[in-house]
Design a binder for this molecule. Structure first.
Ligand code: BJW
Length: 252
């Protein structure tokens, strides 16, 4: 894999003062969490997003949506971080200023030790009130599926961002700032299709950053990226840490 990483890229990463990383479902694929759009294994190969990941779908059939999320949560609770997650957590200690933005809702970056992760699409392990949107940690089980908000009695729903919903304002603001002000932007394991996250690497490019894509498959970013490292993030990111900073991965 050495020949994948050019000397120029090594120099660029070594001298970078500010690195911004955007991750997507592909970075958790090696932990056994299914991606969304991969043809065989992707979630949308088996389920229709319009039936499950919109407020309209929840209104139509809250029980179906809740149970689908429960099934996914159980898979995610059983998953553990992979070497790519650990390598990104370690990168934060090697770079002066590293911002980690994720579209993932699985919390695996945090489990690997990353701090201050910007979660653009929320977190599947949290719940909020469908009506009031406040986070709800505990409720009484009375047989209702989905369970009810202890404050207002409306349904609870997962604290994730569905299609057509706006992203958490502060997270998006920080992500835009970090993308517009970095020297190097790493885009790992995302199809670069879902907006507004998909615009972040292009914002970085326009702002003069070097953009590195890590993905086994070409995406709408590939033609514009400064460097493309074609392969799995769980292999490439640990290799970068080793090759650029001379460190081996610590598994916490
Ligand atoms: C590996 C690998 C390995 C595999 N290593 N790589 C402008 C234009 C057009 C449309 C819009 C627009 N602005 C807004 C929209 C509408 C919409 C949108 O973008 N639609 C597109 C489909 C076109 N966006 C929204 O609705 C967003 N809201 C918004 O913008 O509000 C304002 C607004 C609303 C309406 C109109 C206009 C403005 C909200 C988006 C919310 C996304 N939610 C989801 C579900 C989260 C909850 C849940 O988990 O159920 O988020 S959808 C899903 O996609 C999930 C992901 O975070 C997101 C991105 O997916 P990701 O991470 O890229 O995964 P995949 O599967 O697509 O790709 C995996 C990649 O990994 C692949 O490339 C593999 O090759 C690779 N890979 N193994 C490295 N080992």
């Amino acid at each position: 894999m050495n020949n994948l990483i050019s000397l120029e890229l090594v120099r660029m990463l070594k001298k970078a003062r500010k690195i911004t990383v955007l991750t997507g479902a592909g970075t958790s694929a090696e932990s056994g969490v299914p991606t969304f759009r991969d043809a065989q294994e992707g979630i949308w190969a088996h389920y229709d997003p319009q039936e499950l990941a919109t407020t309209q779908a929840f209104r139509r059939n809250p029980r179906l949506v809740w149970e689908w999320y429960e099934w996914r949560r159980n898979r995610i609770r059983a998953a553990t971080p992979n070497p790519g997650h650990y390598a990104l957590a370690q990168m934060a200690s090697l770079v002066k200023n590293l911002t980690l933005i994720t579209q993932n809702v699985d919390g695996l970056h945090q489990l690997a030790g990353s701090r201050d992760v910007i979660e653009l699409h929320g977190n599947i392990l949290r719940n909020k009130c469908f009506k009031e949107k406040n986070i709800v940690d505990t409720w009484t089980e009375n047989g209702s599926v989905p369970p009810r908000c202890p404050e207002c009695g409306d349904f609870l729903r997962p604290d994730v961002v569905w299609f057509g919903e706006t992203l958490p304002g502060e997270a998006l603001k920080l992500a835009l700032q970090a993308s517009a002000s970095c020297d190097v932007f790493l885009s790992a394991g995302t199809s670069t299709i879902v907006e507004p996250a998909a615009s972040l690497p292009f914002l970085a490019l326009r702002s003069g950053a070097c953009v590195v894509e890590i993905n086994p498959v070409p995406t709408p970013l590939t033609m514009s990226a400064t460097y493309v490292l074609s392969g799995y993030s769980g292999e490439i990111i640990p290799h970068l840490i080793n090759h650029v900073w001379g460190e081996t991965i610590r598994y916490q």
